[in-house]
Design a protein around this ligand. Structure first.
Ligand code: THU
Length: 133
């Protein structure tokens, strides 16, 4: 899989972040089964708990267009670190990955990124499979 486009889109989306409180901009780009990339940024709120992370913004955009399978997700936050998805976002991602091998791309910049699998960032996730009889 070529991650170049996904990385570019995550970087572009970060610029749209609404972060008057933390000033910590995050961008995400998600490739779904329709072969489209859906992007998202973090959107903060004066009531801090109402903040939406970049990953969930992007995922909910794709899901609300009819997608159900995340093929890959790329995330970029602060340039000094590889920003990893928060616990709530990991749970949301877990709902829509086909298996543990789905790539999670953690980006510092265009040239500097690492690729992990979903299983590495969330081993032993509780998923819909656990609800099957
Ligand atoms: N944030 C994300 O958008 N994604 C993450 O994976 C980590 C945290 C946002 C939430 C908040 O707007 C800011 O980063 C600081 O926590």
């Amino acid at each position: 899989m070529d991650f170049k486009r996904l990385i570019e889109k995550a970087l572009e989306s970060r610029e749209k972040a609404y972060v008057p409180y933390s000033k910590f901009k995050v961008g995400a780009a998600v490739l779904f089964e329709d072969d489209n990339i859906y992007t998202g940024c973090n959107i903060e709120n004066a009531s801090f708990g109402a903040t939406n992370c970049a990953e969930r913004t992007a995922i909910f955009k794709g899901i609300s267009e009819g997608n159900r399978i995340i093929k890959a997700i790329a995330i970029v936050g602060d340039i000094r670190t590889y920003t990893t998805p928060c616990g709530i976002c990991r749970q949301v991602i877990s709902e829509f990955v086909e298996d543990e091998n789905t790539p999670i791309i953690l980006i510092k910049n265009k040239e500097d990124y690492i690729v992990k699998t979903f299983g590495e960032v969330m081993p032993g996730a509780f998923t819909k499979k656990d609800l099957e009889n």
